[in-house]
Design a protein around this ligand. Structure first.
Ligand code: IDP
Ligand code: MG
Length: 151
């Protein structure tokens, strides 16, 4: 089963969207295997967004993501990396499909609600940045046979 790193960004936490966003992933059929509320350091934000260092928006991205608590999570399930990106929508909330998380809750590129890993390799890297191995839990859900034809 795949795992993806999903982070509810400070704007969404402040706006009280945490529960609604978690609910979307649960209802879709994904399993929450790690979660913490944390205020991320400049160092962690820099490592997480290292590919964007040097870009014009990097400094504002650092300000934004370190400004207040985030909810860092790991979600598990079939093709969760690509599917979570679809559920999240385009980076710019104004271009994100209506019904997607960014398309539903946001209007500003610099306040775009949520992060989701863009590949399996990114997911692995990001999960390791935010969680100790023992913080990512292995457990079964009794409903799994109703979520997957072959559990
Ligand atoms: P993603 O979050 O959809 O993967 P990326 O291109 O990886 O988008 O950018 C990372 C984050 O940087 C975005 O989610 C957004 O918060 C911020 N960002 C990206 N481009 C811009 C921009 O042009 N202006 C302001 N913030 C930006
Ligand atoms: Mg990205």
């Amino acid at each position: 089963m795949e795992r993806s790193f999903i982070m509810i960004k400070p704007d969404a936490v402040q706006r009280g969207l945490t529960g609604e966003i978690i609910s979307r992933f649960v209802k879709k059929g994904y399993k929450l295997v790690a979660m913490k509320l944390m205020q991320i350091s400049r160092e962690l934000a820099t490592m997480h967004y290292t590919e964007h260092q040097g870009k014009p928006f990097f400094e504002s991205l650092m300000q934004y993501t370190t400004s207040a608590p985030v909810v860092a999570m790991v979600w598990e399930g079939k093709e969760v990396v690509a599917t979570a990106r679809m559920m999240i929508g385009d980076t710019n909330p104004l271009q994100a499909a209506p019904g997607s998380i960014r398309g539903t809750y946001g209007v500003d590129l610099g306040r775009n609600i949520i992060h989701g890993s863009d590949s399996l390799a990114s997911a692995k890297r990001e999960i390791a940045l935010f969680f100790q191995p023992e913080e990512v839990l292995m457990y079964s859900l009794t409903l799994e046979n109703w979520m997957y034809e072959q559990g």
